[in-house]
Design a protein around this ligand. Sequence first.
Ligand code: NA7
Length: 528
Amino acid sequence: MPDRDAIIIGAGFSGLYQLHKLRELGFDAHVIEAGPEVGGTWYWNRYPGARCDIESIGYSYSFDSDLQQSWNWTERYSAQPELLAYLKHVADRFDLRRDISFNTRVASMVFDDVSNEWTVTTDSGEQITARFVIAATGCLSKPLIPTFEGLEDFAGDVYWTWDWPEEGVDLSGKRVAVIGTGSSGLQTITAIAPDVGELTVFQRTPCYAVPAQNRSIVEELAELKTHYDEFREESRNSVGGFPCDDELPPFFEDLDDAGIRGELERRWDDGGLCYQQSFRDLLQSKEANDRAAEYARGRIKLKVHNPAVAEMLTPRSYPIAAKRMCVDTGYYEVYNQPNVTLIDVNDHPIRRMTEHGILSGDDELEFDVIILATGFDAMTGALDAIDIRHGEQTLRDKWADGPRTYLGLMSAGFPNLFTVTGPQSPSVLSNMLTSIEYHVEWISAAMAHLRDHGCTRIDAEVAAEDNWVNTTNDAADMTLLPEAASWYMGANVPGKRRAVLPFVGGVDVYKQIGDGIAISNYHGFDIS
Ligand code: NA7
């Protein structure tokens, strides 16, 4: 008998719920977590201004009605401290900590065909055997650390957004450089701009940032809670795992020019990522996409006083929403401050770091602090970091030309290993909480099915996996997603094979497929 029924890797939103769910079903599960605390993404990403870009009422667990009713979100979009407090509360409320090993990383795991068990080895050399391993390792958890020449020569301080000092950093009056203008960079820049002495932003690609229209929801929360069940049901059956009201018909079907503009304006002013659902075919139709992009560009221009800076901040090289959109809370206005400078690294490449700062083009710019907000090796990075083996094969090698999974839940040849929100599932294209809960419940039900039928092994069939990979790629090819060099495509990591990482067909469609497969006795899975 193995030491455990299941080892879960990671104690973020996925891992905590997975532990709770498996316990409920009578399984003996244990979590291994690299950090000293629960929280995952929301433990590590504690940079100034860190905030979720999905609304708090949706970016939270739905599995326990009492939890849902008792927890009081204060803002439309939760800031990192509130999300971390919530996850700590969940860990305590459900007594999860006694089954979590903190400060421990999984280094390697090997599957044994005779016993149908994984042997998991941690970075301290401890070995644990388990029937199942569930990778709840997160989609954006392996930082992308660019190799800037001379970084070690820089005499000032260097900070990474994904591992900000817990005690905070006093940046007041300092000369600060920020590299990266994705969500982390944007939020950091917006938060620190009022305090720093001088701020210089190094931008490689401008983002499309929709206003958050963040606000206190303290007054409206009681009313929101009365509809929680309907809201969750709608979320599970929506395209993005979060309902965007009045989804429009395909572009132009019913609206004249003024009507289209009016809809875009309404969505923009309402705030948040529902803007990208202004038209149902916004990611399929170039015409619809151009129209939404043009409108967004116009709104950026209105906010930035200097036309040359506004132009630098205006995305033109890729379709809107083909890279993850950002949600801003005063980002563009930062560039109206006299002490803020924007540098396009395409015109002025970062040649190297120096003792005093950054050699940008031909100019050496002096800084006290450099902040890196350069993103993640998305979706596959955290799994690639573990040596996962079955016989002669490693998962890393199998995925060298792009991930191959069945439903983003398993990869053929690696039995009894599940991935929560793995590649080729909707994951990062959705409200993660909706997708996480669906996967945790699907995996737990599959494990219970095996137990109930006296089985000890489940693996994806190669044919089913091939079919799913083709489906995922075909669905992506019908969209504009491949036109952007984004982390959705693995394009941000030097040397990573370009392949679409998430399933673009929507949470609702994915759920129908996943449910259908489970009901049909796990069609496409080999169970023995
Ligand atoms: P992102 O969105 O991947 O952003 C990383 C940013 O860093 C992006 O602007 C990159 O430019 C830039 N970058 C990366 N490497 C370099 C180098 N070498 N030089 C200059 N600029 C660079 O990561 P975030 O952490 O901001 O956000 C991740 C997700 O978290 C986000 O999508 C939300 O879902 C929450 P690029 O665009 O690649 O040209």
